[in-house]
Design a binder for this molecule. Structure first.
Ligand code: ATP
Ligand code: MG
Length: 226
């Protein structure tokens, strides 16, 4: 595998991410990191499982027309994925940017909701919907980082996806009060655009309204029980 690293984008607990070039193409390398406190064999197995799962989902989502980055290459033994580089910047930066107008933020947040609904309609829940894991390029929104994503049919996991983003928007971006309402608007509108929730081989996908209702329930639960 020939990846030429240029710039480190991110050093997290789980992965080290570099931008660079792969056969002349702009790409990122996502390298799993060893965690000292876990047994090395166990660490390797867990890490590899998550990596394979992310690779598999990237392929599945691209095949179904979502604007996730393409999977270019993977090296299981080295614990590394090579993924196409997407232009743009994380939602967290857009929301923290003083230049960002109300209208632009609203339109982006609705797009975010639309993308999440598209993901959910493929029976995939993201598992880590933070404003770091959403890339924004002009009017386009891309979901990334599918290391914790899973195939689900239970409405609870769909509700939790929205709730994670709700909490992060509230805690990290209090200046954008009502941000989650825009996300929900996009989420619900997408259902009108794409039609009734699909029934897949594994089961029926919970409808957008049902997920929204569950989000409200989760919020109430959290409010009363901490
Ligand atoms: N395909 C991509 N194009 C452009 N930037 C990317 C891409 N993938 C990742 N990045 C940048 O690198 C950062 C970290 O990547 P990612 O979220 O996939 O890793 P992570 O958070 O360490 O993963 P994990 O939660 O599995 O440990 C992202 O927030 C984003 O800024
Ligand atoms: Mg991430």
């Amino acid at each position: 595998m020939v990846f030429h690293p240029k710039q480190r984008l991110h050093l997290g607990a789980e992965a080290e991410v570099w931008s660079g070039e792969w056969y002349g193409q702009s790409a990122v390398s996502k390298q799993r990191r060893q965690r000292a406190w876990r047994h090395p064999h166990l660490d390797h197995r867990l890490g590899v499982r998550r990596m394979i799962s992310e690779a598999r989902l990237l392929i599945r989502l691209r095949k179904n027309g979502m604007d996730v980055p393409p999977l270019l290459d993977m090296d299981l033994a080295a614990g590394r994925l090579i993924i196409g580089h997407l232009p743009g910047r994380p939602l967290i930066e857009v929301l923290n940017d003083q230049q960002t107008t109300d209208d632009y933020a609203k339109s982006i947040l609705q797009r975010v909701g639309r993308e999440i609904r598209r993901l959910h309609r493929l029976a995939v829940t993201h598992g880590d919907l933070s404003t770091n894991n959403i890339l924004v390029n002009g009017e386009n929104v891309h979901l990334i980082d599918f290391g914790l994503a899973t195939i689900e049919y239970d409405v609870e996991r769909y509700g939790i996806d929205l709730h994670v983003l709700d909490e992060i928007l509230g805690a990290s971006h209090p200046q954008w009060e009502g941000a989650i309402e825009e996300v929900i608007k996009g989420y619900l509108t997408a259902e009108n655009e794409f039609g009734p929730p699909p029934v897949l081989k594994g089961g029926a996908i919970p409808g957008a309204d049902a997920v929204h209702e569950r989000l409200e329930e989760i919020r109430t639960r959290v409010r009363y029980h901490g």
